[in-house]
Design a protein around this ligand. Structure first.
Ligand code: BTN
Length: 263
């Protein structure tokens, strides 16, 4: 059942685009799927779907995002930017930056970004972002930015995110925080950076992302489809791609892929 503004009341949310409408579910399969269906039916950008619990939370590369109820953030935003296809993955960069800054409000040290879409605290994953794209019934392209943040999960409830050690805000700071407060901060940050992008483009967003990106300067091993790229992560370029220098000093652009290891 679709319920508007239940435990999450939009009341004092005063954003320009993100959070224009907020749909809240006690339980759903996946907020990304709900947002996708809303977008297919033509809702404006800025609609947000939030759930207390997801039955079939989706992670990157077909993995499951385990979504225990009531303790964490499961949220998806519909966006309709006029971005070129090459630059579309910068929406992930934008959202990852917004999440990292939100976490930074609670934890001043040790927050970093693992390119392209993981926010880490003390090298453990606290959040993940899943970007999906679709074409609606009017043939207009849209994006769904899905964000999961481990807020008040206790150790045993942390989802098993294959090979990634996970953590939560609660585990890092030692007390539970208001999920609503985290949600508000997050929606403001997303709105802020989305507004910046619309006015000025992605430049400042990429700069801020680079400054927090722990991947840069590390030796990485990235699986891209069937192939493996290994080398030194030199930086993130203007399209959000990771630049990796291999042992023959050839610099490769990694568009997306799974960063398997950092040495
Ligand atoms: C990752 O694997 O790192 C991405 C995880 C994305 C999880 C979020 S939770 C809200 C939204 N709905 C989903 O089904 N997935 C995303």
């Amino acid at each position: 059942m679709m319920e508007k503004f239940s435990f999450f009341t939009k009341g004092r949310l005063n954003t320009k685009v993100v959070g224009k409408e907020v749909v809240f579910y006690e339980e759903t399969d996946s907020t990304n799927d709900d947002a996708y269906n809303l977008a297919m039916n033509g809702v404006d950008e800025g609609w947000v779907v939030i759930a207390r619990n997801q039955r079939k939370g989706k992670g990157s590369r077909g993995r499951v995002w385990t979504s225990p109820g009531g303790q964490n953030i499961y949220l998806s935003v519909v966006l309709r930017p006029k971005v070129s296809t090459e630059k579309a993955s910068l929406l992930t960069i934008l959202a990852t930056l917004a999440v990292a800054e939100t976490i930074n409000d609670y934890i001043s040290k040790g927050v970093s970004i693992k390119w392209p879409n993981d926010v880490l605290v003390s090298e453990k994953k606290i959040s993940g972002i899943l970007l999906e794209m679709g074409i609606d019934r009017n043939k207009d392209r849209f994006f769904i930015v899905g964000i999961g943040i481990n807020v008040n999960s206790t150790k045993l409830e942390i989802p098993t995110v294959v090979s990634d050690l996970a953590t939560s805000l609660y585990l890092e700071i030692g007390y539970a925080v208001s999920i609503k407060d985290v949600l508000f901060k997050l929606l403001y940050r997303l709105d802020h950076w989305y507004g910046k992008y619309n006015t000025y483009g992605f430049e400042e967003i990429i700069e801020r992302f680079r400054a927090q990106c722990a991947t840069i300067g590390k030796t990485v091993s990235v699986t891209v489809g069937e192939s493996l790229i290994e080398g030194l992560a030199l930086g993130v370029d203007e399209d959000g791609f990771l630049l990796v220098e291999d042992e023959d000093s050839v610099v490769k652009k990694v568009i997306s892929g799974h960063l398997k290891s950092e040495v």
